[in-house]
Design a protein around this ligand. Structure first.
Ligand SMILES: [Zn+2]
Ligand SMILES: [Zn+2]
Length: 352
């Protein structure tokens, strides 16, 4: 079968690899429908290895580079291993990429995303979504209802992650949420905030195309930080108070500082942006305003709920998918995101 394989930094190859065998006990074989290109894939391609085990085998899975990439995928179950009870051949599924040890206190308390030995589909697993087939554990699969297309199914993983991040902020009805950065995570954050009861969503984004997408995703107001001071703009919109909840999804120095400052006193700041190195923060403002900063990683535990939202009219998948490409063209897809990221939200890849 065909797959996109990470060998080293700057070296990703589309090549023929053996198709996975019949799934071992507890696993199912999935025929990939669509898989989203993610910022994490780009980081691994340009600056990796970050999470890919390149020098030593992964402690939980024993996997070592070269690895097949891709972790935001949907597909159809085509074979089930012994002991699989919840899925059958023909089921349409989205995958949670998290593989836990199932034994530590985090795994046992429903927080598998915090497992110290965590492994990921498409990073430290035997396969990934940028391939025609992959074997995965039954517990990684979530059923897609008929209203959710395979295309939207490939958005389940990132949406569940944002949906969970916003849940951690505990949005109260009518509150004002500010979203810093309107890339894929920010755009999904706008939708998640609305579903969870936000009265207003203020998006802060410099790129024109993404500003337009932010409006389509339900942002009440879009602030262009190149044209006006974003802190002043948010204060003007909130009678000087600041936003109740802030989602940081850009992951650069300036946006980290901004996200903290635009939160009101006692406001909650959720950080999802992937910072390449430790970054400064306005700690005095944090102390004086008694603000709460939290990180959020992955959507484990909320996949079914996120899928329900995605099956409803409250979710706009069309505004999030800005490109569809073939697996053969995945390097072009990487380059498009490297050069023209601001023109895109999600690019989906089909191995068909
Ligand atoms: Zn991702
Ligand atoms: Zn664990």
């Amino acid at each position: 079968m065909k797959a996109a394989v990470w060998y080293a930094r700057g070296d990703v190859r589309v090549e023929e690899v053996p198709e996975p065998p019949s799934p071992p006990p507890g696993q199912v074989k999935v025929k990939v429908a669509w898989c989203g290109l993610c910022g994490t894939d780009l980081h691994e391609y340009l600056g990796g290895p970050l999470y890919i085990p390149a020098d030593a085998p992964h402690p939980l899975t024993g996997v070592k580079a070269p690895v097949i990439l891709g972790h935001e995928m949907s597909g159809e179950v085509v074979e089930v291993g012994n002991g699989v009870t919840r899925f059958k051949v023909g089921d349409r599924v989205a995958l949670c990429p998290i593989i836990g040890c199932l034994q530590c206190t985090w795994c046992q308390s429903g927080l598998m995303g915090l497992c110290p030995n965590i492994a990921f589909l498409g990073v430290s697993w035997t396969g990934g979504g940028f391939a025609q087939y992959v074997n995965v554990y039954e517990y990684m699969c979530y059923r897609l209802p008929p209203e959710v297309s395979y295309e939207v199914g490939a958005l389940v993983e990132p949406f569940a992650a944002v949906y969970r991040a916003m849940k951690q902020a505990n949005i109260q009805p009518g509150e004002t949420v500010a979203v810093v950065g309107a890339g894929p995570i920010g755009l999904m954050g706008i939708q998640a905030a609305r579903v969870q009861g936000a009265g207003r969503v203020i998006a802060i984004e410099p790129a024109a195309r993404r500003q337009e997408l932010a409006h389509r995703c339900g942002a009440t107001i879009v602030v262009d930080p190149m044209r006006q001071d974003a802190l002043t703009a948010v204060r003007d919109l909130t009678e000087g108070a600041g936003a109740d909840v802030v989602l940081e999804s850009a992951g650069i120095e300036a946006t980290g500082i901004l996200a903290g400052r635009i939160a009101r006193r006692k406001g909650r700041i959720v950080v999802m942006g992937v910072f390449e190195r430790p970054a400064p923060f306005d700690y005095t403002d944090l102390v004086y305003g008694e603000k709460v900063v939290m990180g959020s990683m992955g959507g484990y535990g909320l996949f079914d709920e996120a899928i329900q939202v995605m099956a409803s009219n409250a979710f706009n998948g069309e505004a999030l998918i800005t490109g569809k490409i073939k697996l053969d063209d995945i390097l072009e897809g990487f380059n498009t995101l490297i050069r023209h990221k601001e023109e895109h939200a999600k690019i989906l890849v089909s191995p068909a």
